[in-house]
Design a protein around this ligand. Structure first.
Ligand SMILES: CC(C)(COP(=O)(O)OP(=O)(O)OC[C@H]1O[C@@H](n2cnc3c(N)ncnc32)[C@H](O)[C@@H]1OP(=O)(O)O)[C@@H](O)C(=O)NCCC(=O)NCCS
Length: 153
């Protein structure tokens, strides 16, 4: 029987090779390796999360703690492992961290035409807060700014 265990943990520099592979498989304009590496060093600013599926790195989420806001910079799941709940697990872990840190909101930018990502964010209550016209240099596509206000428990 194949191992279906899903685990979210903090990222670290040794995740670089796997993260770089998933980044290149996921985006036409992937981040350069040195930028990915920079984000894989957890700090008071940087929150890198890794999801493992069956013991293998299968996706990641990178965020910055920016004052009272958690800003999500990048999320991707291995194309072979999508639609198994891994993206949702990463997002939930980031939201839990924002809640633990007493943050007031979580924000991100997403391509207007990125339906899978938009559906995922909307399912978690993110709302459109603005538009950056022509934000993405490779295609000139607009970015939607999405925000999720954190409710105090
Ligand atoms: C966006 C992404 C991270 C989602 O990861 P995933 O592991 O496939 O997502 P999940 O299986 O956890 O799905 C969570 C929800 O997202 C939505 N969703 C995910 N993929 C979808 C698709 N292809 N079409 C429509 N909705 C989709 C659904 O609401 C889904 O919930 P459901 O399965 O109960 O219907 C993944 O598609 C990806 O890596 N895309 C390429 C990189 C990218 O665009 N990143 C976002 C940058 S802002």
């Amino acid at each position: 029987m194949t191992d279906q265990t899903l685990q979210v943990r903090l990222g670290e520099p040794s995740d670089l090779m796997a993260v770089d592979r998933i980044e290149r498989a996921s985006f036409d304009d992937p981040w350069e390796r040195h930028l990915l590496l920079q984000e894989l060093v957890p700090s008071s600013l940087r929150l890198p999360l890794i999801v493992e599926f069956g013991g293998e790195v299968a996706g990641y989420l990178m965020a910055w703690r920016s004052g009272p806001e958690l800003h999500i910079l990048n999320v991707a799941v291995d194309p072979e492992q999508r639609r198994r709940g891994l993206g949702a697990a990463l997002l939930e872990a980031a939201l839990a961290e924002a809640r633990r840190g007493g943050m007031i909101s979580v924000s991100l930018e997403v391509r207007r035409g990125n339906r899978p990502a938009l559906e995922m964010y909307r399912a978690y209550g993110f709302e459109e807060a603005g538009l950056r016209p022509g934000y993405y240099a490779d295609t000139g596509e607009d970015a939607l700014i999405l925000i999720l206000p954190m409710k105090a428990d």
